[in-house]
Design a binder for this molecule. Structure first.
Ligand code: PRP
Ligand code: URA
Length: 207
């Protein structure tokens, strides 16, 4: 079964190109990361199980399909995963949200988990949001924590992955990856090229 999807979507690519422009201001970086998060989520959940809900329409009383939004937990990786979380919540407004703060050391490129605040994940579908998969170290840490809580399914939404990073994270054979683009170079400082630079700093105006 295919588990790694590079999502071919013009709206996504349009937003990603805007973010790639180094002069895009932080409020618009957040806005377009949110749009990409939403597009990736829509692609990832397009064939989810539905149940029927009885509702009163303007003219009738009938059953209509709904997703059980309560079964979904969105987990943004702080900081840069936050705008994508916002986009996901616009689609799945009743999903739960858990948080992982993971920071990589800029010299060693080792990632460290600083904060974990997760709701019950057992039997839930967990949606991780983090725009960048560079070495893959941060996402691997996140997946290991989430896997240990026995979720039903893990979906990772990422805007850009390096080839190396994607290869490393796809060792998890039970995780589904939805990615906006795979960029060719991981430079010697651990940045993706062409990429978008430091996603967290660009979102939150801390350059
Ligand atoms: C960035 C990004 C990822 C990580 C990717 O976060 O948002 O979480 O780097 O790099 P990796 O694949 O090599 O681990 P960063 O650690 O810069 O934290 P921030 O979001 O707070 O800026
Ligand atoms: N983290 C980022 O924010 N950007 C990169 O290019 C690599 C890691």
């Amino acid at each position: 079964m295919e588990r790694v999807f590079v999502v071919d979507n013009s709206i996504l690519q349009n937003s990603l190109t805007k973010i790639r422009d180094k002069d895009l201001k932080p409020s618009l970086v957040r806005k377009h990361l949110s749009i990409i998060g939403k597009v990736l989520l829509i692609e990832a959940l397009k064939n989810e199980d539905i149940k029927l809900k009885r509702i009163e329409t303007w003219f009738t009383m009938d059953n209509f399909p709904v997703i059980n939004e309560d079964d979904y937990v969105i987990v943004p990786i702080l900081r840069a995963g936050l705008p994508m979380m916002e986009g996901c919540l616009e689609v799945l407004e009743d999903a739960k949200v858990g948080f992982l703060a993971i920071k990589r050391n800029e010299e060693t490129l080792e990632s460290k988990v600083f904060y974990e605040r997760l709701p019950e994940l057992e039997n839930k579908t967990v949606i991780i949001t983090d725009p960048m998969v560079a070495t893959g170290g941060s996402l691997i840490k996140a997946i290991e924590i989430i896997k240990s809580k026995n979720p039903k399914k893990i979906i990772s939404l990422n805007v850009i992955a390096s080839k190396e990073g994607l290869e490393r994270v796809s060792k998890f054979k039970d995780v589904f990856f939805y990615i906006g683009a795979v960029d060719p170079i991981l430079n010697d400082k651990g940045y993706i090229v062409p990429g978008i630079g430091d996603a967290g700093d660009r979102c939150f105006n801390t350059l």
